[in-house]
Design a protein around this ligand. Structure first.
Ligand SMILES: [Zn+2]
Length: 374
């Protein structure tokens, strides 16, 4: 997951019943009306609104002119109508392709879109099975999940720059919490793989997987799709205070690619080679307590890779050796309301309550666990 420029934090947010509303807004860009579900209402009147196309929008209280309930909640968008709504936000030339759980909007070959959709559908099923078997009742996402695929890396980067802000040159895909979309580009037609856009889905898979960078590319797609599933299947809630070591740890636990098959990914919880190497090389006393207490190191250029590696190691350890406690902890996190922040003490306390020990007390055991992984 990459972070969107989301600076506004509404403290003391209170949950409102989720009803469909029509909100008249007057701001710098003029007057407009939005219709959607008001998810959170802050004490200063600011609103968190979820649009029909799944976008979240924060409306500052000072800009709210009036609110009225819409008497009958509109029917959810059909996959086609959802795709049309997304297409209107994209440059000309995009088409849509729907599968059971996804709407893929693309301007690359249909074959590549199909290959990605098939990968995401496998991830969807594996995700649901994994958590249900682990004792967490994840729910089917209420709406189709949107994936946007650009044919051209440069146009993708221009689009991504608006979402990501900073340099996007090494980012082959990302999940945006506000739009709820995964965005990526055609890896087969890019300089990363060095081919032409593919003519068939099988061919697209083969072209990606014959690249020396295949493992990393597929891992990124699965990683971002896992975030999207986690935020839409009830494991986490969008804009709630889920510690990054947990949301990133879960995504990394799922991302392990399988380059021995043309489908690129087989399952969950395999040893994540690059993360393990990094973890072994970087480990220092206090690393786990740091990421439990604060997300800061994930946002620091110098420390991010170490923080990610630690999050992977801790998640793999807890899933495999403290499963019941980890599921209980995830349940606590899943109940958090959007836009309410937790401080370091609260985060530490929730961890200690769930696992019966402070994070520092597990560091030695995690190191031994990782050393034994094959
Ligand atoms: Zn991530």
């Amino acid at each position: 997951m990459r972070f969107v420029g989301f600076a506004l934090c509404l403290s003391f947010a209170v949950a409102a019943p989720t009803v469909w509303e029509r909100v008249r807004i007057s701001g710098d860009s003029g007057e407009r009306v939005v219709e959607g579900q008001v998810i959170v209402e802050a004490q200063d009147g600011s609103l968190l609104v979820e649009h029909a196309d799944q976008r979240l929008e924060v409306v500052p209280g000072a800009e709210v002119q009036s609110r009225e309930a819409v008497p009958t909640t509109p029917e959810p968008l059909t996959p086609r109508a959802l795709g049309d709504a997304v297409l209107r936000t994209l440059p000309a030339g995009f088409d849509q392709y729907a599968t059971r759980h996804y709407v893929v909007c693309f301007d690359t070959s249909r074959a590549y879109a199909q290959w990605c959709a098939a990968l995401f559908e496998r991830l969807h099923d594996a995700f649901m099975n994994f958590w249900r078997q682990a004792g967490f009742e994840v729910a089917e996402p209420e709406h189709p999940l949107v994936v946007v695929i650009f044919a051209d890396r440069q146009r993708y980067e221009e689009h991504a720059a608006a979402d990501l802000g900073a340099a996007t040159d090494r980012v082959v895909g990302y999940y945006n919490l506000l739009s709820n979309q995964v965005t990526t580009f055609d890896l087969t037609g890019s300089d990363l793989v060095g081919g032409q856009p593919s003519r068939s889905a099988g061919r697209a898979g083969l072209e990606i997987l014959s690249s020396s960078r295949a493992a990393g590319l597929v891992a990124t797609l699965v990683h971002e799709a896992t975030h999207q599933m986690a935020f839409n299947g009830g494991l986490h809630r969008r804009l709630a205070a889920v510690p990054l070591w947990v949301s990133e740890g879960v995504a990394m636990y799922f991302e392990t690619p399988d380059v021995s098959s043309d489908r690129g990914w087989r399952g969950i919880g395999g040893v994540n080679g690059p993360r393990r190497e990094r973890f072994v090389a970087s480990r220092r006393a206090g690393w786990f307590a740091d990421i439990v207490r604060s997300d800061e190191s994930f946002r620091s250029t110098d420390e991010a890779l170490d923080a990610y590696a630690g999050a992977w190691a801790a998640t793999a350890f807890l899933v495999q050796t403290r499963k019941a406690a980890f599921i209980g902890y995830l349940r606590t996190l899943s109940e958090k309301k959007p836009l309410v922040e937790d401080d370091a003490d609260r985060r530490l306390e929730e961890f200690t309550t769930a696992f019966g020990v402070e994070p520092g007390a597990l560091e030695e055991a995690i190191a031994k666990f990782v050393a034994r992984l094959k």
